[in-house]
Design a protein around this ligand. Structure first.
Ligand SMILES: Nc1ncnc2c1ncn2[C@@H]1O[C@H](COP(=O)(O)OP(=O)(O)OP(=O)(O)O)[C@@H](O)[C@H]1O
Length: 261
């Protein structure tokens, strides 16, 4: 579904004393439909910059390529990207800021459908009700505002909102890190069932190697802007090759000596 080849991003700063910093270096990977690729790395390693490059919210350095469903979109203009925006979306770690606090849940759910002029009001309301049920929420929530529902419920609304646009790729940027552990598990389960039902590719971004190893079939480890290791979750967890990955798995084993890995 998504292939990226040799993506890099250099930030330039300073006026007289010009400086440059390469936040993403020559990153390549692919994600098939219905597949979850985990992207693991510490804060500042370039994960968010990479997701902004993939969504073309930030221009990449010349030379890299982004291919979506077989079409090279690297040189796409903002206008050409417009129809693709609904197909490639990002879910953030702060569910509170994902919804407009002054809008009811119903309005938040109808808004993307109206913006993309996908269907009329009646059909849109029926779709919203269908998706609300799918994410396990009661229709009573529709008249409430984001601060009147729990963090887990907000994240479910955010997932339903993304689904209104029938995405092909969802970038999940630490989607559960602000939630309690039990709610985290429920949201992860929901994401997995939604993926199976709609064949969505996920790029699951997290600093939590354990969570990623459970949720993803493959893991890419990012360090200082580079993918230093990439393989099946089992291979990365059991036989980490790069010293940085070994450091991560050792830390994980120290926290959970009974993990058996
Ligand atoms: N617009 C910018 N100008 C200059 N440097 C930037 C810019 N955006 C990000 N950076 C730098 O690029 C590096 C990677 O940042 P990025 O936000 O992608 O990391 P991250 O892995 O997503 O971190 P976190 O998990 O904390 O969000 C950091 O050193 C950051 O300071």
């Amino acid at each position: 579904m998504l292939q990226i080849h040799g993506l890099s991003k250099t930030f330039h700063s300073g006026w007289l004393n010009k400086q440059s910093f390469q936040a993403v270096r020559d990153v390549s990977f692919e994600i098939a439909a219905s597949e979850t690729l985990g992207l693991v790395g510490e804060s500042g390693c370039g994960k968010s910059t990479l997701s902004r490059l993939i969504l073309k919210l930030l221009p990449a350095d010349p030379g890299g390529r982004i291919v979506v469903d077989g079409t090279d979109i690297t040189a796409y203009s903002m206008k050409q990207m417009r129809p693709l925006r609904r197909r490639m979306q990002i879910l953030f770690q702060h569910p509170d800021s994902a919804l407009n606090p002054r809008q009811t849940i119903l309005r938040s759910l109808l808004e993307p459908i109206a913006l993309h002029r996908l269907m009329g009001r009646e059909e849109a309301e029926a779709k919203v009700l269908e998706l609300l049920e799918l994410v396990g929420l009661h229709r009573d929530l529709l008249t409430r505002f984001p601060h009147q529902i729990s963090g887990g419920q907000v994240q479910r609304v955010v997932i339903a909102r993304a689904l209104t646009l029938e995405p092909r790729l969802l970038i999940l940027d630490e989607p559960t890190s602000m939630l309690d552990v039990s709610v985290q598990a429920q949201v992860m389960e929901l994401l997995q069932s939604v993926q199976r039902q709609f064949d969505i590719a996920y790029l699951f971004i997290s600093h939590d190697l354990e969570l990623v190893s459970h949720a993803c079939s493959r893991i890419a480890v990012m360090h200082q802007g580079c993918i230093v290791e990439h393989g099946s979750s089992e291979a990365v967890m059991e036989q980490p090759q790069h010293p940085y990955t070994q450091q991560l798995t050792n830390a994980f084993r120290a926290l959970d000596p009974l993990s058996g890995r």
